[in-house]
Design a protein around this ligand. Structure first.
Ligand code: 5GP
Length: 192
């Protein structure tokens, strides 16, 4: 998606440790107009699947997922990263190793929000090693529901997540795939 690539080139900052910082439009401040275009594109890519629910993970996936959901006209469920008194009833829990925080945490969804008949589109902001998406897939599978696809805003193509998921036959569509990025020059190359 050219619009997203241009924005990453303009405002993305390459940080040490293969981290791309996009907090001025995606991860902290959010450009809702851009999210609208991204949502439209996710809908174009996955409209052939009978998606009835979007699943994402807090926090950065939520904004993108909600705007996309307006096009699919389906609810969004976001997996929580910590227990809270508002999480009651039975839950599905999966383990995820965080790329940005380098620690293992649980992702949790209440069983009442994921059912066997659900056809789920997973949406997240970044795909790096694929741990976050793998955790979300575990939740969907634990519920006996179907993963219709995975929609990602920014995939870092030089990390293994995309290859691993696609090799399992999962349909992964990324709006921008970073082929390489140079922390010294700030240069970012996209997969064409
Ligand atoms: P993975 O689980 O695929 O290794 O990493 C994906 C998760 O880590 C995403 O949910 C995202 O929040 C975070 N993440 C991974 N790489 C980056 C990055 O380069 N920049 C930002 N801002 N977040 C990242």
């Amino acid at each position: 998606m050219r619009l997203l690539e241009e924005r990453i080139r303009k405002d993305g900052i390459v940080k040490p440790g293969n981290v791309l910082k996009v907090d001025s439009f995606l991860n902290h401040q959010m450009d809702v107009e851009l999210f609208g275009e991204m949502g439209k594109e996710f809908y174009r890519l996955f409209r052939d699947r009978k998606v009835n629910k979007i699943l994402t993970i807090e926090a950065s996936g939520i904004g993108i997922a909600c705007i996309a959901a307006q096009y699919f006209q389906v609810p969004v469920v976001f997996a929580k990263k910590s227990q809270s008194i508002n999480l009651d009833g039975e839950q599905y829990v999966a383990k995820v190793e965080s790329f940005t925080h380098k620690r293992v945490y649980d992702v949790i969804v209440a069983k009442k929000f994921l059912k066997e008949e659900d056809r789920v589109l997973i949406i997240d902001d970044f795909l790096a090693n694929g741990c976050a998406v793998a955790g979300l897939i575990d939740l969907v599978e634990a519920a006996g529901a179907a993963v219709e696809g995975v929609g990602i805003a920014v995939e870092k193509g030089f990390q293994d997540g995309g290859r691993l998921l696609r090799s399992k036959g999962i349909r992964v569509e990324s709006l921008a795939i970073v082929e390489s990025m140079d922390e010294r020059t700030g240069e970012i190359q996209f997969r064409s």
